[in-house]
Ligand binder design. Structure first.
Ligand code: PBG
Ligand code: ZN
Length: 321
């Protein structure tokens, strides 16, 4: 009798749909990004990202305790320092915003503390490294990255996540960590990070907009796909423990290919622009809020093991309820 194959059989009953689902969202695979502003008291909303705030040093402990109680298993820290200079020297200050914050967080949060490592929040010009002759000088920048990594590790960071897309940054950081006694600290590398316009809201949130030029001399060309495998491959060879594809939504193809090529854990970063598009559409009633589940699900289905998303906090608190 036609049709003899009836795929709807597995779909009629909600419980059977659950039983036969090919992937699911594990809340302990979600990472919540956290912005810490050294000169702020309390917290301050980010206009383009409803529900997301910058936290001052005085409020970060309470917020971390809240995330801990919710069961958020990992946070990714971004710092907005009081002082910026040409060389971004506040990034490796042992008394810098992230270094001080980690110590506070350690007392209030039992999950994994991941530190984003870049210089764009710390340089007066907003670029990801040290400028020489109008461009970012690769080799002096990765040396500085090594210094930053050591101060993060000394403060108690659990994972170091370099996002600067400099050549050789993973090896430089690995060497710096190892020679300072931090052989056991993993590196989560932003390996395939694209020069995307979806970072716009973040740059407002983190006050890290470049004052001239753009990030196309180091972040990947959005038109490229094969090159992402070269970036990831190099990072693996340099000693990355976890690799990342960023952004997530427009780059699910890259994520799927990375999953097929590599056997180490792969993270995806659902960036500020993705959050902003979806959260604002839901807020305005243009999309049902369950679209958030579909969004998160798509990233795991595409092959991510770990998903860094600004929805982590609200998603986990909804599941709990
Ligand atoms: C720092 C950094 C950026 C993001 C993460 N780390 C911004 C950038 O590269 O300009 C983007 C995160 C987001 O948009 O949510 N280099
Ligand atoms: Zn940067």
């Amino acid at each position: 009798m036609f049709p003899e194959t009836r795929l709807r059989r597995n779909r009629y009953d909600r419980r059977i749909r659950e039983l036969t689902a090919e992937s699911r969202i594990l809340t302990d695979r979600l990472v919540m990004p956290v912005f810490i502003d050294e000169s702020l008291k309390g917290r301050k909303g980010i206009d383009s990202m409803p529900g997301i705030y910058r936290y001052g040093m005085d409020s970060i402990g309470d917020y971390a305790r809240h995330l801990d109680e919710l069961g958020i298993s990992a946070i990714l820290l971004f710092g907005i320092p009081e002082d910026k200079d040409e060389l971004g020297s506040s990034s490796y200050d042992p008394d810098g915003v992230i270094q001080k914050s980690i110590k506070i967080l350690k007392e209030n949060y039992s999950g994994i503390i991941i530190t984003d490592l870049c210089m764009c929040e710390y340089t007066s010009h907003g670029h990801c490294g040290i400028i020489r002759n109008g461009v970012i000088d690769n080799d002096s920048t990765i040396e500085a990255y090594g210094k930053i990594a050591v101060t993060y590790a000394e403060s108690g960071a659990d994972i170091i996540a370099p996002s600067g897309m400099m050549d050789g940054q993973v090896r430089a950081i690995r060497n710096a960590l190892d020679t300072n006694g931090f052989q056991e600290i993993p590196i989560m590398s932003y390996s395939a990070k694209y020069a995307s316009l979806l970072y716009g809201p973040f740059r407002e949130a983190a006050d890290s907009k470049p004052s001239f030029g753009d990030r196309k001399t180091h972040q990947m060309n959005p038109r490229n796909y094969r090159e992402a495998m070269r970036e990831i491959d190099l990072d693996v060879k340099e000693g990355a423990d976890i690799v990342m594809v960023k952004p997530a939504l427009f780059y699910l193809d890259v994520l799927t290919r990375a999953r097929q090529f590599f056997d180490l854990p792969i993270a995806a970063y659902g960036v500020s622009g993705e959050y902003s598009m979806i959260a604002n559409a839901v807020d305005k009633g243009l999309l049902q809020k369950e679209v958030i589940d579909e969004y998160i699900q798509s990233v795991f289905r595409a092959g991510a093991d770990i998903f860094i998303t600004y929805f982590a906090e609200s998603y986990v608190s909804n599941v709990k309820r």
